[in-house]
Design a protein around this ligand. Structure first.
Ligand code: SF4
Length: 314
């Protein structure tokens, strides 16, 4: 099959990249500024389970300016100063990232989110990372109101479309909980992002490729995928130490991502395809490759194979 003259998302990129999507809306780069509002997680404090997901160590993705002891405003101002210097960004979305950022009373959430939105004049919206079992109709109705004025995204961690995996990794919810959260959230002006992880040693590529078909049928906007990381101070690290398992190599992972993208609905915007964990917390795998290199390799592979997102979407 010949590549189309232009892809449905309007860029030459062979997948529907978030950077292009945002430039189309804002005409410029929009940078996420993360905050740690001091939330916890029902999968850690005993409400759902104790110990959390077996791979979870929130320290492995917190930037230096995040510290829940500082106010939300202070974290945002420090973050913006850094991002302006580093990326010359002039518009920002506040990203409530660590733990479950809807896990509090509605009044508390309103206070935090509204403080974030008024912390700096160049803030255009919020992204809120959470679990699918951590929202209810009143929280979603409030986010719908905010989405009238701001760019609001809610990120739901799903991680696998297999209930058996969700059980093994101690997610504390099943796939149906994710489907229920999507039903509650979709068609209300709130954008929805889904998280997936590829590489659990008991899963295989047939399941990851099947995920593309299954995800394509769900009503969400953005997708984040990353390779499994084993990081320190997690149950997965203890399992790995006891019985080291095989992890994906960059070559195998890239090949899976190419075939996954081919089957994925072209309307889904790709926010992330590779993860990075700080070297001092990472146990495995050691790819020693920055994300931008992996993204370049992905572009080359898509070109060489003359393929693109949605080429085999049914
Ligand atoms: S739901 Fe998120 S924050 Fe909670 S334990 Fe799992 S990965 Fe960690």
């Amino acid at each position: 099959m010949k590549a189309p003259e232009s892809f449905p998302w309007g860029s030459e990129k062979r997948y529907n990249a978030f950077s292009f999507y945002q430039r189309n809306i804002y005409g410029q780069r929009v940078q996420k500024v993360t905050v740690d509002a001091g939330f916890t997680c029902p999968n850690r404090d005993g409400s759902v389970a104790r110990g959390g997901c077996i791979y979870c160590n929130n320290e492995s993705f917190n930037p230096g300016y995040n510290d829940a002891r500082k106010s939300i405003t202070q974290q945002i101002l420090e973050g913006i100063e850094f991002l302006e210097r580093r990326y010359k960004a002039h518009k920002f979305i506040v990203y409530f990232q660590p733990y479950s950022n809807t896990y509090a009373s509605l009044d508390t959430l309103k206070r935090y989110y509204e403080e974030a939105l008024s912390a700096h004049p160049d803030i255009v919206g919020l992204t809120i990372g959470t679990r699918p079992d951590c929202v209810d109709t009143s929280k979603i109705a409030y986010l719908e109101e905010l989405a009238d004025q701001y760019d609001v995204t809610i990120e739901y961690g799903l991680e696998s479309i297999s209930d058996a995996t969700l059980k093994k990794i101690n997610r504390g919810h099943d796939v149906q909980a994710y489907v229920n959260a999507l039903e509650m959230t979709c068609d209300r002006g709130i954008k929805i992002c889904t998280h997936m992880i590829f590489g659990f040693p008991w899963e295989d590529e047939s399941l990851w490729l099947e995920s593309a078909d299954w995800l394509s049928r769900q009503p969400f906007d953005f997708l984040k995928v990353h390779q499994l990381h084993v990081v320190k101070n997690t149950a997965l690290a203890a399992l790995y130490k006891k019985e080291p398992f095989e992890m994906l190599t960059p070559e195998v992972y890239l090949d899976i991502i190419v075939r996954f993208l081919e089957r994925l609905d072209p309307r889904i915007v790709i926010q992330r395809l590779f993860g990075e964990a700080p070297p001092d917390t990472l146990i495995a795998p050691h790819w020693n490759m920055r994300n931008y290199i992996l993204l370049e390799r992905l572009d080359e592979l898509l070109e060489q194979k003359n393929t693109w997102q949605g080429k085999h979407f049914k």
